[in-house]
Every structure is written in structure tokens, then in C-alpha cells.
Ligand binder design. Sequence first.
Ligand code: FAD
Length: 522
Amino acid sequence: MTSELCDRHWDVIVIGTGIGGGTIGRHLAENGLAVLFLEKGHAGQRSATNGLGADTITDPTARMTQGWWPDRVSLCLNGRETQPFVPIGAGVGGSSVFYAATLERPEAHDLDDSAERPHPTGGWPVNYHQMLPYYDRAEALYHVRGETDPLNGHSAARLGAPLPIAQGDSRMMQRMRAGGLHPYQLHTALRHLDGCTFCFGRKCPRDCKMDARSAGIEPALKTGRAALLDRCEVTELVGRPDRITHVIARRDDEQLTFSAERVVLAAGALSSPRLLLNSRAEHWPHGCGNGNDLVGRNLMFHLNEMFALWPRRGEAFREHSKSIGFRDLYFAEGLRFGMVQSMGLNIEQGDILHYLRRRIARSRLRCLPGAHQLARVPAIIAAQVFGRAKVFVGLLEDLPYAENRVLPDPARPGGIRIDYGFSEELLERRLIFRRLLRSALKGQKSLFLTHDPEPNLGHPCGTLRMGANPATSVLDPACRVHGLCNLWVVDASFMPTSMGVNPSLTIAANALRVADQIAERQ
Ligand SMILES: Cc1cc2nc3c(=O)[nH]c(=O)nc-3n(C[C@H](O)[C@H](O)[C@H](O)COP(=O)(O)OP(=O)(O)OC[C@H]3O[C@@H](n4cnc5c(N)ncnc54)[C@H](O)[C@@H]3O)c2cc1C
């Protein structure tokens, strides 16, 4: 079968099957194009009920089989070198099979420049109004349900009805309203079949949670015009100065060559730049599309500000529901922050203990004999007095800086290196965000769980930024690599700024926009 896939000249090859790749591939296959998906990870393991245990979490083979990125990355964070595993997917559906399915729209100022809300890059080359029909379509494709945000009221025509809300959550929303906030039920990509167990943060065994697999790859394959080759890592793009002619990949130690009229790169914001930088030729001496040394730069993550909120005495959360969000601090005091949302996690005594011990380890108390054990006492008291708490996260927008970048790891062939530092501007904005959060939560029993700034390594973006000017961007406004007539990028790399919301709805909407342009050029 593999040789048949290699022999055929495809209409489109899509590299990577995450939200970007799955969404565009489905749309193109449904519009009559022959699409080949090439995916580094496995197609199997629809459900990950066994998950990764303490004994397997660092085992590359187990990680790969379960759909997680297999290798450690070399991370230089603010000058400190570490080798963590990053929480990104490597399997059919990419990271989205593990995501929490919160598909929220950004706000107009995330994309547009205006006198009231100046945009840090002067604005995206596609404005909010132009994106709106694609947000509608992406919401329909991913069966997004939830309540309209009372502060924005932007088109919710396509939103499905929110799920019935648990009593504890409903009371918490009432208290938030009484405190002047404007909470609403989060927008979630969920068909909600009978017996739904809310697979937020883990693989859904059915077509209930809508991700790139259930809403992208599987419907694409059903058209009969698409094919998928898993365990197939693309290692190089080959071509003429203005055109990709071949895609080189490795599968089971065998080198394979594929060809197509068009190539769509959707390997994720950490991997797509690496592939371009590894694609060198006489006419691409610094890598494909890298004439201006921008490939891999402007890497952004959100900063996570996590806090716990406790219910009132006598109230309890019955389930790990991920239902509440608010945008009161999205843009405040003339600054860009982001939305706040529940994470679908409740914390108990053990989690509070863990948190307190982490704080002690960082403070001068760490020198006190027995301080580690002493933390048990306030943890037990907190858990008994307050009960279980609900965890929230404030997503703080990150902005692009050229020195923050991803590149092939010079120390490990095939590896990823990330150089990332917190700018002064980000750290200052973070302090203000925390102050505003504290003030918004006044009168509620709350506890900040984040101490040091924490980049959300599961939200990388911006590494192949889109722009009208080829001197300052890698992709043109249609997400085509400047100077190449048949290479597009549709994963999170294209984003000029990280916005104040989760990225997936925008990645999906943009993939539909690019798909329309490719289909029209047929
Ligand atoms: C635990 C978790 C929860 C999250 N929750 C949310 C949420 O609620 N809402 C939200 O909007 N976002 C969420 N995110 C973030 C979101 O999942 C990602 O931003 C989004 O899925 C990224 O999609 P992508 O298309 O850019 O790439 P990816 O999902 O990274 O997909 C890229 C794919 O390409 C493959 N690939 C890489 N290199 C190659 C190669 N050389 N050859 C072939 N294939 C290759 C990879 O294996 C992978 O399958 C979450 C992320 C995590 C980890």
C-alpha cells in the first residue's frame, strides 16, 4: 500500500494531522481533491484509558504509542537549561486528542489595530470581520456549544445549547455575578453522546469530544478521496526555488518520497519550522522559506495564572466540570491580558499539600527542619474547612519577540531546541493581571496556585508568522510561504500574536479560510 501512495501524484499532501491539518484536509477532500495525510505518530489507540504511568512517562516508545510527543526537548528558559517533555501530541489528531476542547473566539482587538486598542504588530493581515464567517463554520464543524459571552454578545448563532450546569458551578457563577463579573458557560467542542465522561485532557474513545481526529481526519477518510500514512515523519521538502516538488519522509527506517501539486504544512508550531530549517538546497541555503531568518522566531506561549476557588460551606462540586469562563479582564487598564476559565479540575487535600510544599521549597522556610512535613497541617485544615476547590486558569497573552525561537537541536539530530525568555513587558503585565484577578475575586475563598511565571508549553504558536510584508513575515496573508507558489502552513505557527484565548478555534477557522483559497484556485 505504501508504494501505491508514493507512486501517486496527489492533489494535496498534508503534513501533520492536528487541528490545522485535520480541518483543512477534510475540507479539501470534501471538495473533490485527492488528499494524502502524512503523520509522524500512530493512528491506533483511540482511547488512552491506560494513560502514561510513572514508569512509562519518560519512555519514548510508550509515549509515541499513546500519542504524545516522544522525545525530550532542549529548553533554555530565561537562560536556564532543562530537558523536559513538552505536552504536545504526536499521533492522529495531534495535540487536540488530549485537549480540553475549549473552543473560544478571540476578540476584535486580538486581530485588529484601532486607536482605542492599538495592536502590538499593527494588526493581522486578515481582519476580524473577514475571519467571522470562518469562525461560524469552524464552530459548526466542531459542534461547539456554550453561552454567549455577555460582555461581547458576538455572534453565537452557531453555538449549540450549553449542557445543563452542575449546581455547584451555577452557585459559583451567581456569586461571581454578585461580585460584578460576567461569567458564562464556556464554549466546548462536544457532541455529548449518551454516557459522555467529558474526556477533557485525555483521548475520547468515541466521536463525542470533537477533535482533529473525529471532526477532521475520520470524515476526510470517509470521503474515499483521502488516505493516511501514520508513523511517517517528513524529514525534508525538496523543490525548485519557487515550488515544492517532493516530500521526503522516513517510515520504519525506510526513506519514502511523495509528490503533490500542493503541500500543506501542519506539523505544529514547534515542528513545522524545524522541517523548513532542515530543508536546505543551493537555492535555500538557510532553509526553505528562510531568506529573512524569521523561520522559527517569534515563538509565543500563553502564561498560565492558575488559582483555586472554593464553594461556600454546604455546597459541593459533584463533577470535574469545565464550564465557567469570564472575560472581564480580557482587556483592562489599556492592557491586553486574556480570558479566565475553569480547567475541569477540582483539587483536594493532596493537591493543596503539593502546592504548599512547592511554595516552601522556594521560600526561606525551606531551611526550617521539618517544614516539608509541617505543610500537612494547613493542607488538612484547608481541605476539611473548605472542601474541594475548583481550579481556574487565566490565559495571559504572550507577544512576539524575535529572540524567542524554536530550531533544530544542534546537540541532538532530529531533536527540538527552544530558546525562550520572559520579556520585561510580559512580567510587568503579569503582575498587573494577578493584581486584577485578586481584586476580581475579593470576598471569595481563593488561592493562587502559580508562583513563578509559567509558560503554557502546550500552546506554542507564531513561529512562521503571517504578514503582508515578506521582509517581516514568513507567510503571506493567504498563509502561503513567501516566494513559494504551492506551500501553505495552517498549524498554530501562522499566528502573528497569541491572542487572549485558547488557539484551536482560530487554527481551525484559518484552515477553512486557506482551504477555500486552495479549492478556488483549482
Ligand atoms: C493538554 C492540552 C489541553 C489543551 N486544551 C486546549 C483547549 O481546551 N482549547 C484549545 O483551543 N487548545 C487547547 N490546547 C492547545 C491545542 O491542542 C493546540 O494549540 C492545537 O491542537 C495545535 O494544533 P496544530 O494543528 O498547530 O498542531 P498539533 O496538534 O501539534 O499537530 C501537529 C501534528 O503533526 C505531526 N508532526 C510533527 N512533525 C511531523 C513531521 N515531521 N512529519 C509528519 N508529521 C509530523 C505531529 O505528530 C502532530 O500530530 C491544549 C493542549 C494540550 C496539550
